[in-house]
Design a protein around this ligand. Structure first.
Ligand SMILES: [Ca+2]
Ligand SMILES: [Ca+2]
Length: 233
């Protein structure tokens, strides 16, 4: 499926965060996987520009919002849907706490892949308030970014406009911080490296915020991708 390509500052970290927003680009093929909310083969968001972006918010005190989480899983729990924020959740002592989250429509695909970054490896449950069902995480992993307190990532496919309850904890210190990112907002470009010299062709393939697919690299400028002795040209 051909789609209008959109990227965000995740791929353009030189821009100020205040300027974060989608930018139209020419149509591109996207490995035939653009239909899927979480693209096939996307198994990790560690070591991606999106994680770096989330850490930027985590480290910027001006992006921090303090929230007292609800002691019960209710739809009236405090909302943490605003983007480009870090939410510091105060949890009930020794117990879990709940907040609510409603994803915005960004991709136009009817489902949005949302990454929740956490500062602790604690229980994290997402409940759909429409169906009362618990939503399964598609990615649940540790992430490592220098000078960043975010150590965990959980990725879910969620319906835009629908309210979800996020229940987390208990946590050390009765506090956990959360930064959320929309994977579609953080599309990144990779280049096919057929000859394995570490340099790809100059034609980008866009993916949601994921690690590079097998056979693709982030470095382009291979003018002969059939000869590993020729690269950076
Ligand atoms: Ca190459
Ligand atoms: Ca080459």
């Amino acid at each position: 499926m051909k789609m209008l390509k959109q990227t965000l500052c995740g791929a353009l970290l030189g821009l100020s965060l205040a300027a974060c927003g989608p930018m139209d680009e020419p149509e591109q093929e996207s490995m035939g996987q653009a239909e899927a909310p979480l693209e096939a083969g996307c198994v990790s968001v560690d070591d991606t520009l999106m994680t770096t972006h989330a850490c930027t918010h985590s480290n910027n005190s001006g992006d921090n919002v303090n929230v007292t989480a609800s002691a019960t899983r209710i739809a009236t729990a405090p909302d943490i849907s605003t983007t480009h924020k870090q939410y510091t959740l105060s949890l009930p002592s020794g117990a879990e706490g709940s907040v609510t989250f409603t994803p915005g429509a960004v991709s136009g695909l009817g489902v949005e892949s949302i990454a929740f970054y956490l500062t602790q490896n604690v229980a994290f449950t997402v409940v759909d308030t429409t169906t009362s069902a618990t939503v399964s995480a598609l990615i649940s992993e540790s992430v490592a970014e220098a000078s960043c307190a975010l150590t965990q990532a959980r990725v879910y496919d969620l319906v835009p406009g629908r309210e979800y309850i996020l229940a987390t904890g208990p946590a050390t210190g009765n506090q956990v911080r959360i930064v959320h990112e929309n994977l579609y907002d953080n599309r990144d470009r990779f280049y096919r490296d057929q000859d394995g010299d570490g340099y790809g062709t100059n034609t980008p393939v866009y993916r949601y915020a994921c690690e590079a697919p097998a056979g693709y690299v982030k470095q382009r400028f291979d003018c002969d991708d059939t000869n590993p002795a020729i690269f950076n040209c």
